[in-house]
Ligand binder design. Structure first.
Ligand SMILES: Nc1ncnc2c1ncn2[C@@H]1O[C@H](COP(=O)(O)OP(=O)(O)OP(=O)(O)O)[C@@H](O)[C@H]1O
Ligand SMILES: [Mg+2]
Length: 399
């Protein structure tokens, strides 16, 4: 089940924002609404769901509505219309007490500006959220210490923030967000103020933390690289509207419109696309069918070699036409002549690495999974064409 389900979620800033709802319904743009009725559309009928344990990234240019959208999720901003279902329960309809419980138990937030209190210790900063929620001293110390430990700040609890580097300060912010052990963590440009290298470290740590703790994370960024690195799915916003939601690959390969295209045009595809994206179905044969059938199949399909697989599709090797002819003449089996030292990669191998590998060899590369099952083959032309951005997706494979 989705942990969050958002339906028709809308925020219009300004007095009596609801006035603009029928206008949105009629298809008025954000610009027109601003001009004619002096209201600002923050979020326009957002509709999506987030799965448990997912890192859901929200991207878009400045002013596109990212911060507004996440703040609607925990009602730091009150929605003008629509629903936010948390495990099926509408957050928008919660009374103040229910909302307090929701924020206390289920949802945490990390901001871009670390928002640390300079005169408080690291520990007291990490405790802040718990303190606001009225959790008693001993308990909140225990929880905050645990959270600090988790983000690698064990031993730093008595320092002051200004004694810490930027990266460490952001860890304090992260610890604060994690202290109440929420199901969902909202992160608004949490890493944007960090130096590039520290930022990469933090991204890596977030991924590890997420893998260990199975949190659901809603992560805002306007850095595409960051989105691609950490996002399971990415939502792209423009003028308050979500214009596309998809996996990083889907966004890159099939941008929904020019806006998304412009976002992704500078991406180095070789560092994003994998063998699985460009592989094609191989011509295969089972060894027991013999060299005569192998030759016939090669002729029928216009290929000069076949991949030899067993009943479970596990890769045994490759047989060429020459090998098959020789086997036939000398009364040998496919097993006797097959070549087993053929180039292989995992489906997740990046085109970048594949490309290097293929410059040195002249055979296609076999794509095999952990159990040695043949998933497809990659030929040089497909890699080149994908890197040139000519990829056309068809049932998960490029053709
Ligand atoms: N409190 C507010 N009152 C009026 N308008 C607001 C308010 N907060 C945001 N807006 C407007 O709503 C729109 C979306 O703003 P929002 O802050 O959500 O964008 P953003 O995508 O987070 O941008 P950034 O990348 O700069 O943080 C903008 O047009 C903004 O001017
Ligand atoms: Mg913002």
């Amino acid at each position: 089940m989705s942990i969050i389900e958002v339906k028709q979620l809308t925020k219009i800033f300004g007095s009596e924002g609801r006035r603009a709802l029928p206008l949105l319904e009629q298809g008025w743009s954000k610009e027109k609404i601003a001009k004619e009725v002096k209201l600002t559309v923050g979020v326009n009928k957002a509709e999506f769901s987030i799965e448990e344990g997912e890192i859901f990234v929200i991207m878009g240019l400045s002013g596109s509505g990212k911060s507004t959208l996440v703040r609607l999720l925990n009602r730091l901003i009150e929605p003008t219309d629509g629903q936010v279902l948390f495990k099926g329960k509408d957050v928008v309809k919660m009374n103040p007490e229910q909302l307090r419980q929701f924020r206390r138990k289920n949802i945490g937030m990390v901001f871009q500006k670390f928002a640390l209190f300079p005169h408080r210790s690291v520990l007291a900063n990490a405790e802040y959220g718990l303190e606001v929620q009225g959790i008693e001293k001993k308990k909140r110390k225990e929880l905050a210490m645990k959270a600090l430990e988790l983000v690698g700040l064990g031993g730093w609890e008595n320092h002051r923030p200004d004694q810490l580097s930027g990266g460490m300060q952001q860890r304090v912010g992260l610890a604060r967000g994690l202290a109440n052990d929420p199901d969902i963590l909202l992160m608004d440009e949490a890493f944007s103020a960090l130096d590039p290298l520290i930022r990469k470290d933090m991204q890596q740590e977030l991924l590890e933390l997420q893998a260990r703790m199975k949190k659901t994370i809603v992560f805002i960024t306007h850095d595409l690289d960051e989105a691609l690195r950490i996002g399971d799915r990415i939502a792209l916003m423009k003028d308050g509207v979500i214009v596309q939601i998809g996996t990083p690959e889907e966004i890159l390969i099939q941008p929904a419109n020019k806006y998304v295209e412009r976002f992704v045009e500078d991406v180095d595809l070789s560092k994003v696309l994998t063998a699985a994206h460009v592989m094609i179905p191989p011509e295969m044969i089972r060894p027991e069918r013999g060299p005569r059938v192998a030759l016939q199949l090669m002729r029928d399909n216009g290929v000069s070699s076949l991949y030899v697989v067993d009943k479970e599709m596990k890769l045994q090797g490759l047989i060429t036409a020459d090998d098959a002819a020789l086997a036939l003449k000398q009364n040998q089996t496919i097993h006797d002549v097959l070549r087993s030292d053929i180039p292989q990669v995992h489906p997740d191998a990046l085109l970048n690495d594949l490309f290097e590998m293929m410059s040195e060899i002249h055979l296609p590369v076999a794509v095999v999974d952990e159990s040695n099952r043949l998933k497809g083959i990659v030929i040089k032309g497909a890699v080149l064409s994908a890197l040139a951005g000519n990829a056309v997706l068809e049932g998960g494979m490029l053709r």
